[in-house]
Design a protein around this ligand. Structure first.
Ligand SMILES: [Zn+2]
Length: 347
């Protein structure tokens, strides 16, 4: 059979649009299923991929997406999602779950904090990404296009990275021109049973790059939030359990997870922290502090100090506000301009 050039071209166009909407085409399949797929990434530098699991229930319902491992050294989110993948079956789902178990697979494999070893870029600074950019920019682009754009609710799970001492909290953007999505993100945060709920100001326009994954989702008008739990490059079992409990409660609250055995009826009291003060590292050196994440601080209190390599005390670190330490650098080396402390409070 002779195939016309036009037919070949249209077949090629179809194939490329299929590969660029892989998640959507799996989601459109009928019936109840789980499918694990690979989104390949090709770049001049090196090839990589994004693993994606799609779990679809028989009944119609919302699309809830869960991403872990945007930072590959943040292990409690990664391990919590591994356990969720083993526990959740299509039989217990109404609607669809899209799960990226490890978004930054090269950082995970190479044990690289913050950035990708392929291009030295921070995936959580790369959104919306670019289809023909570096590997990190392509990962951001595929998450934006394949996952965020197909979601009703988008949850990005992080923790303290290798050098970060962090207390667990759940957070969302207070986007005043999208009151419904903001209210729904707040409601899911409260349902998570994580005691501290942090709200960030949302000030970007529709044209500015959102940079962060869940801010990208907020910019696209999707209900989005993030959990932060675990710290300092370790797997803390209690933080894994906290993340799983929070996710199950959010899924149940959204009507997606139909088994109730993981949650109790208790509604917990949450503390809302709607303001943040960041202390930047004033000069590079060696950092000392007796304070830990979760400690409360008073304005003008000395939180620690920085020395040079000769042991000479160069600079004291002073609290700019009353509040609670959400996260801080928890290891000795500090570099000028890095976030040394993030202090949360309510106003
Ligand atoms: Zn992170």
């Amino acid at each position: 059979m002779k195939v016309s050039k036009a037919a070949v071209l249209s077949l090629l166009a179809m194939a490329s649009s299929l590969s660029s909407q892989q998640v959507k085409s799996v989601m459109n399949n009928e019936g109840r299923f789980r499918k694990d797929i690979i989104l390949p990434i090709k770049s001049g530098q090196s090839d990589t991929y994004i693993p994606v699991t799609i779990i679809k229930g028989k009944e119609k319902g919302p699309v809830f997406s869960i991403v872990a491992g945007i930072h590959g050294y943040e292990y409690p989110p990664v391990i919590a999602v591994q356990e969720l993948l083993r526990e959740i079956s299509p039989e217990s789902v109404r609607g669809t779950l899209i799960i990226i178990p490890i978004a930054n697979i090269e950082a995970f494999k190479k044990r690289t904090p913050f950035i990708s070893p392929l291009d030295q870029k921070n995936l959580n600074n790369a959104f919306p990404g670019s289809p023909d950019g570096s590997p990190t920019e392509q990962i951001a682009h595929l998450i934006t296009k394949e996952v965020i754009s197909n979601s009703d609710i988008f949850l990005d799970i992080h923790g303290g990275d290798a050098s970060e001492d962090l207390m667990p909290f759940v957070c969302y953007y207070n986007r005043s021109d999208a009151p419904e999505q903001t209210a729904s993100a707040y409601e899911l945060s409260v349902q998570s049973q994580i005691p501290y709920v942090v709200s960030y100001p949302y000030t970007i326009t529709g044209k500015e790059p959102a940079k962060y994954a869940f801010k990208q989702a907020v910019q696209q008008g999707i209900t989005a939030l993030s959990i932060e739990a675990g710290k300092l490059g370790n797997v803390q079992e209690d933080q894994v359990a906290l993340i799983k409990n929070a996710v199950y409660r959010m899924l149940e609250h959204s009507g997606i997870y139909t088994f109730k055995k993981y949650t109790d009826k208790e509604t917990s009291k949450v503390t809302l922290l709607n303001r943040q003060e960041y202390i930047r590292v004033p000069q590079s050196g060696i950092f000392y502090s007796r304070f830990k994440s979760g400690d409360t601080v008073k304005k003008n209190q000395t939180l620690g100090f920085i020395t040079d390599e000769f042991g000479t005390r160069k600079q004291d670190i002073i609290a700019p506000a009353d509040g609670i330490i959400l996260y801080k650098i928890g290891t000795p080396p500090v570099n000028q301009g890095e976030t040394l402390f993030c202090i949360g409070y309510n106003q």
